[in-house]
Design a protein around this ligand. Structure first.
Ligand SMILES: NC(=O)c1ccc[n+]([C@@H]2O[C@H](COP(=O)([O-])OP(=O)(O)OC[C@H]3O[C@@H](n4cnc5c(N)ncnc54)[C@H](O)[C@@H]3O)[C@@H](O)[C@H]2O)c1
Length: 333
C-alpha cells in the first residue's frame, strides 16, 4: 500500500507516518516546514522519519499547485491523508489571511490533485472547533455546525463544505476528521500541555484563560493515529446508508464527517494540577479572561467511529501527561 500524508513533519502527521511505516506501508510525506512554531522540532521529527527506507519526503507548500500536482502524479497514492494546515485558534485572530492561504487555497489544491490521480480514499483534517457556540454536549457529527467562533474554525467548516461538493461531483470518497485537542510526546509548542510544562520548568508565569474554568476532551496521540489507521479501509459508500446509528454519511455523496476524540472532558485546572504533580513543582499562574474565538467546553460523542471501527481510546489524561513529560525532559535535556 502507498499513502501520501501532508503535514508529515507536524505533530499528528509525524506520529501517523511512524505508525504506517512500522506496518511496512510506503509513505510519501509533504510539508513546507513553516516557522509557525520551532522549525527544529519539525526537523527532528522529519529526521526520524527519514530513517525508514519506505519513507520519502518533498518539501512543498500546498499553495504551489504545480508542485503538488506533480508529486501526486509521480507517487500515484491510492490513499491520501491531508493533515497540513495552519492550525491554532489564537493565531488566527492576528493572522487570519495565513489561514485562507493554507486552509482554503492549499486545501483546494490537495482535493484537486487527489481527484486527478483517482484516490480511493481521501482522509482530511477538520476540527472540533467547527462546533463553535453549540451548547448540546457531547458534540455529535449530525449536530448543526453553523456558529464557528474563529477564522480557523471557519476555514475548517469551509473545508467540510468544499470536500462534500467535490465528493458529490466527482464521487471521491472522503472522510473528514474532527480532532479533539490532541496531545502527547512531540506535541505542539503552541498548545497548553507544552506551554504549561515549559513555564513550570523555567519558572515563568503561564497564561490561564477563563480562570481555568474550561473543559477539553484531551485525546492522546497514540489513540488518534490508531483511529486514523483503522479508518483507512472504512471508505464511505452510499450502500452504507441506514447501517449506522446517527451516521453523518451524505445521502448524495461518499462523504462522512467523524469525531475522533477521547469522549471525556477534563477541567483545565485539573490538567494543570497533574502537570504540577508530575513535575513536583507549582506553576506561576496568570489568570486571564476567555480568549476571543475560544470555546469553553469540548466533548466528543465517538459512537459513530466506534461502530465503524474498533476504535477504543485507552489513554487517560494522567498517563498521557506522564508520557509527554518524559519525552519533554529527554528532548530538552
Ligand atoms: N493537534 C490538535 O489538537 C488538532 C485539533 C484539531 C484539528 N487539528 C488539525 O489536524 C491537523 C494536524 O495538526 P497538528 O497538530 O499536527 O499541527 P502541526 O502544525 O504540528 O502540523 C501541520 C503541519 O503542516 C505544515 N503546513 C502548514 N501549512 C502548510 C502549507 N501551506 N504547505 C505545506 N505544509 C504546511 C506545517 O509545517 C506542519 O508541519 C491540522 O489540519 C489541524 O488543523 C489538530
Amino acid at each position: 500500500m502507498k499513502i501520501l500524508i501532508t503535514g508529515s513533519s507536524g505533530f499528528i502527521g509525524f506520529h501517523l507516518s511512524v505508525l504506517l511505516l512500522k506496518k511496512g506501508i510506503k509513505v510519501k510525506g509533504i510539508d513546507c516546514m513553516n516557522n509557525y512554531y520551532d522549525v527544529k522540532l519539525k526537523k527532528a521529527r522529519l529526521n526520524i522519519l527519514k530513517k525508514y527506507k519506505n519513507f520519502s519526503f518533498s518539501k512543498i507548500n500546498l499553495e504551489n499547485e504545480k508542485k503538488i500536482n506533480l508529486v501526486f502524479k509521480k507517487f500515484k497514492p491510492k490513499i491520501v491523508i491531508h493533515l497540513a494546515a495552519q492550525a491554532g485558534v489564537r493565531y488566527s485572530i492576528d493572522k487570519p489571511r495565513v489561514y485562507l492561504k493554507s486552509n482554503i487555497d492549499g486545501f483546494f489544491n490537495v482535493i484537486e490533485a487527489s481527484y486527478k490521480v483517482n484516490v480511493k480514499h481521501l482522509i482530511m483534517a477538520s476540527s472540533s472547533s467547527v462546533y463553535g457556540a453549540n451548547r448540546s454536549i457531547p458534540f455529535k457529527e449530525i449536530d448543526k455546525t453553523e456558529t464557528q467562533l474563529s477564522i480557523y474554525a471557519a476555514t475548517k467548516k469551509a473545508n467540510e463544505s468544499m470536500a462534500h461538493s467535490y465528493s458529490n461531483i466527482w464521487k471521491i470518497p472522503i472522510t473528514m476528521l474532527r480532532f479533539f485537542t490532541v496531545y502527547g510526546p512531540w506535541g505542539r509548542p503552541d498548545m497548553a500541555l507544552f506551554k504549561f510544562t515549559k513555564g513550570i520548568i523555567n519558572n515563568t508565569p503561564i497564561d490561564i484563560y477563563n480562570n481555568g474554568n474550561m473543559y477539553r476532551d484531551f485525546t492522546y496521540i497514540d489513540d488518534i493515529v490508531k483511529g486514523i489507521y483503522l479508518l483507512i479501509n472504512k471508505i464511505p459508500n452510499k450502500k452504507q446508508i441506514g447501517k449506522y446509528k446517527n451516521d453523518s454519511l451524505s445521502n448524495v455523496a461518499p462523504f462522512r464527517v467523524l469525531n475522533i476524540g477521547n469522549s471525556n472532558k477534563v477541567l483545565l485546572l485539573n490538567f494543570l494540577k497533574e502537570i504540577e504533580n508530575r513535575l513536583n513543582k507549582k506553576s506561576k499562574r496568570k489568570y486571564l479572561p476567555l480568549q476571543k474565538g475560544d470555546v469553553k467546553e469540548t466533548l466528543s460523542n465517538i459512537n459513530l467511529l466506534k461502530s465503524l471501527t474498533k476504535y477504543n481510546p485507552k489513554t487517560n489524561y494522567k498517563k498521557g501527561i506522564g508520557e509527554f513529560i518524559t519525552w519533554y525532559k529527554d528532548y530538552y535535556k
